[in-house]
Ligand binder design. Sequence first.
Ligand code: CAA
Length: 383
Amino acid sequence: MSLQLTKEQKLVQNMIREFSRKVIAQTAAERDQTKEFPAENFKKMAELGLMGMTVPEEYNGEGSDAVSYVLALSEIAYSCASTAVVMSVHNSIVCDSINRYGSKDQKEKFLPALADAEIIGAFALTEPDAGSDPVAQETTAVLDGEEYVLNGTKRFITSGKNGGVVIVTAQTDTSKGHKGISAFLVPQGTEGMSVGHVEDKIGLRASDTVDLMFENCRIPRANLLGSEGDGFKIAMTALDSGRIGIAAQSVGVAQAAMDEAVKYAKKRKQFGRSIAKFQGLRFIFADMAVSIEAARQLMLSAAAMKDREENFSLQASMAKLFASEMVNRVTGQAIQMHGGYGVTKDYPVERFYRDARVFTIYEGTSEIQRLVISNHILKDKRK
Ligand code: CAA
């Protein structure tokens, strides 16, 4: 591995690998069928510090470096991608944003509870008519005395049903474009906020994805995150971290798919010998291994840049783009190697394939990553 991991980082990786394969993996296939949110597992993960990796120690968190965090997240994704996406949005987006932009009161109120998994974090940016273009969002927040009144609908919200606090973005001044968007901390159960349609998805089935509706939802002024107009910057900064998280999920799922394919190819005999002996398959294994390792290095280098407090926006988009495209290819190849068995529920590769599909879509599609990357390279904007 070109990026030298420290002794502590290797320790975290090994410890989470063992936990993930012993605990998280056991019920992953069942969860995929029942769509049951693994609340108990998040408690266990919190005991190991996994739900507060991006929370400083003074707020009961681990205060982990970003490299350790992505290594841990990959290990969870190896066993259950549904569990990993919840951990990722919770840590990369919600805890990190509250830690970065929250007031002392907000940090004291939310961070310890998030680190202990008493509550799970969710992030509500997307709307029915504002996906890749979040500046077009229509949810409004109007100040009325000491309260903001929220109205609008958010769509595809990970953990919107099972989460305990949601970072919600809304327009506070529609005349200002992205500078008129603000972010708010809305606890679950706040009057006027309700869960609407629950998506029935191809993958990540144990992680809930829902519509959140706000109808005259009043929240205290103290729940504004950062200042008025900071919402778009908060969202973009959060997504930079989130995108390294999606790269980590991709690496974990791809590694799991390759390991399963290796196991199968060594056991399966056709034409009188193990299919792993055929050069056609061996070359595919070589390509899989190279592309997983390349994605891992992009993920690690983006995380290391974050740790060095450099601007890692470009690297995060590169890691997300490459890793999410890679895992879609690798899980497809793993199914192909399993032949007919690959599309049955007797082997986990079909779940990996389904889980990976959204990785090129959420937290910015591949097309949006290419836009971000080309803007960085050309040092101007398309428009
Ligand atoms: N960090 C900080 N600030 C940033 C930034 C970043 N990475 N990227 C842009 N900004 C700032 C810019 O500096 C600019 O600010 P100033 O005017 O003050 O200079 C401002 O934001 C506007 O920038 P742009 O003009 O580049 O913005 P844009 O409207 O062209 O959009 C975009 C840029 C990259 C397309 C952006 O809209 C984007 O990322 N779209 C995709 C949205 C997305 O990823 N959605 C995912 C939903 S969340 C999700 O999936 C989570 C889940 O539950 C799993």
